[in-house]
Design a protein around this ligand. Structure first.
Ligand SMILES: [Zn+2]
Length: 410
């Protein structure tokens, strides 16, 4: 049973609130404007799309005039006459006759002052890896096959999110099969390089070192875009008459853990951490006649309040000489941080190296995992795709949870 412990209805309409107690003696407060704004009835929330229909800001002239609280004229007395009924539900009878009903579950999930419910994770926990733990992990994750793609897809999505990579085996060595695997994971992202799947040899078809047989250092793709590709997928179709071309990958989420540890212990590493997480760098791509891409808004590591990696941007080849202004750090300190980051991601303790092989697809998180390629000789044909991140996340969310859980949680 719910109980109302306290309500303040006469103050500023933005600060009017009700304090509710649950069975378990848990208590929390809700601003009345929050409850009015988030009424879940079918007049206030579209039953099919789940979108908010009520407009408390009053821009669109909502049909139900009683639902329409104009921001500029939000009357001091608007909430003053609110009547509550409690039991299994919290019922709010608003001025103008509208009634909102909130279930105990809804109130718990959406409580905030204080929050009473740990927010349910709709996505897996992340696990980081280094060179030592990768091999074991790879063996554990080696059970996804093309023949069973439908059954394997939820696990592939989960692997990519949890570890930053996944493999799919026994794939026919064709563009068609590569496209099928791509599309089972997400939507293929078109770029100025290719509108769908890409497929290249070292013929310099595009003016980028990827299209040569040169070594390519550790990097993420698309740093010169505001939206770098969320995922990448590689499928080696052929490598004949030569050697080399090994792939290296490193888990930047692990490198971030190392950086956090070093920054806690040492002032100078604290400075390095600050540079890497807050000084924007500039990147560019100028290989095509008709387009020049550049952006200078993001640091090497974009991280969350909880110090989790949200996005890494790193590519020595595409880094611009321009220093993004305002530069909050002496240039020497910026370079020291870049040297330190570069040496961590190229430390054999953290990166792993292996050969791609025809029939085995590698998918990895381009916001988390850096990749590199050794120089090679002979004929080498690699195909693959960029995949959109949001569609991958949406599919993962729905493969891990039933739809009701997802909707109740957002
Ligand atoms: Zn309503």
């Amino acid at each position: 049973m719910l109980r109302i412990l306290e309500s303040v209805l006469n103050g500023s309409p933005f600060y009017s609130y009700v304090m509710v107690e649950f069975d378990t003696t848990l208590k929390t407060s809700f601003n009345l404007i929050f409850l009015r704004d988030n009424c879940t009835c079918t007049e206030c929330q579209h039953p099919d799309t789940k979108q908010r229909i009520i407009d408390v800001f009053g821009k669109n002239g909502l049909k139900q005039s009683e639902c329409h609280i104009r921001g500029d004229a939000l009357a001091q007395e608007y909430f003053a006459g609110t009547q509550f009924e409690v039991g299994e539900l919290l019922v709010c009878k608003w001025a103008g006759g509208h009634t909102s009903k909130f279930t105990k579950e809804w109130l718990l999930v959406h409580s905030y002052a204080p929050p009473l419910h740990p927010s349910k994770a709709l996505l897996p926990e992340r696990s980081t890896w280094d060179a030592k733990t990768f091999e074991q992990l790879r063996q554990e994750l080696d059970h996804n096959s093309f023949q069973q793609m439908t059954e394997c897809t939820p696990r592939v999505l989960h692997n990519i999110y949890e570890y930053g990579f996944a493999f799919v085996n026994e794939v026919p060595v064709t563009l068609k099969a590569t496209k099928e695997v791509s599309e089972s994971i997400s939507i293929i992202r078109p770029t100025h390089y290719d509108l769908g799947l890409w497929d290249f040899t070292s013929d310099l078809a595009k003016k980028d070192t990827a299209y040569t047989s040169l070594a390519i250092d550790m990097h993420t793709d698309g740093n010169y875009w505001y939206e770098p590709p969320g995922l990448q997928l590689f499928h080696l179709l052929e490598h004949s008459g030569g050697k080399g071309g090994e792939t290296r990958i490193v888990d930047v989420a692990k490198v971030l853990e190392v950086l956090v540890h070093l920054a806690k212990a040492d002032e100078s590493w604290r400075g390095t951490f600050d540079v890497l997480t807050s000084q924007p760098l500039s990147f560019y791509q100028a290989g095509e006649e008709s387009s020049v891409y550049t952006q200078d808004q993001f640091p090497v590591l974009t991280i969350s309040e909880k110090l989790e990696l949200l996005q890494c941007r790193w590519n020595n080849s595409d880094r611009s000489p321009k220093i993004s202004l305002p530069c909050k750090f002496p240039t020497g300190q910026v370079y020291e941080a870049l040297f330190r980051f570069n040496s961590l991601v190229n430390d054999p303790k953290y990166y792993v190296q292996f050969q791609l092989k025809p029939g085995q697809i590698l998918i990895f998180d381009n916001w988390r995992v850096l990749h590199a390629r050794n120089a090679f000789s002979g004929f080498r044909r690699l195909c693959g795709s960029y995949l959109t991140r949001d569609d991958f996340l949406a599919r993962l969310r729905c493969s891990m949870n039933d739809r009701k859980t997802v909707l109740d949680t957002i």
